[in-house]
Design a protein around this ligand. Sequence first.
Ligand code: CO
Length: 222
Amino acid sequence: MSADLSELFESNRLWAAATEARDAGFFTRLLAQQTPQYLWIGCADSRVPANEILGLLPGDVFVHRNVANVVVHSDLNALSVMQFAIDMLKVRHIMVVGHYGCGGVIAALKELRIGLADNWIRHVQDVRNKHRPWLDGLADDDARLKALCELNVLEQALNVCETTVVQDAWARDQSVVIHGWVYGLHNGLLEDLKMTAADAAGARAAYEQALAALYARHATTG
Ligand code: CO
């Protein structure tokens, strides 16, 4: 690695040239407008890049990432991203995407001290605490970690549904569908946790249904 990271600029030049070679005028067309259909809310983990996983190009997906894909009602950063995506870009879908083996979820589950981030991860511990009796009944920590990664997705997706931004969009009949997905680092595949909410009346039911399915799935697989 060079001090000025010149290798990254070289890599960038190759990428830009390859993109332009594959699709002449790609960048100048993007310049004209940004019309993504999707807002991805995912983990900051370097192994979970939104565009690559979806096989989408620049311009296709609006992205917000933080440690453990948490959506907090007072987080102005996440709320601003959501508001811009919904009100200005008119995205049709918002997906909250967790991933198995998430370091933030591991820290929450095992009460590991990291530093300042403990206060952020505390939100994932709230999720653990909410479902603790059930989580404690699972076979081992591996099973609990897998389940908590999924539970965190459902809870954060419900938080998205309950933001004023999404509630206001639904109140004016703007079409925005909220989804809860989880990603496998080990196989590169996305899984739909079926927490799919398209209106205010259906959000809670979508959550309850996805939660019941999650509980049932883990009861049978241990
Ligand atoms: Co993570």
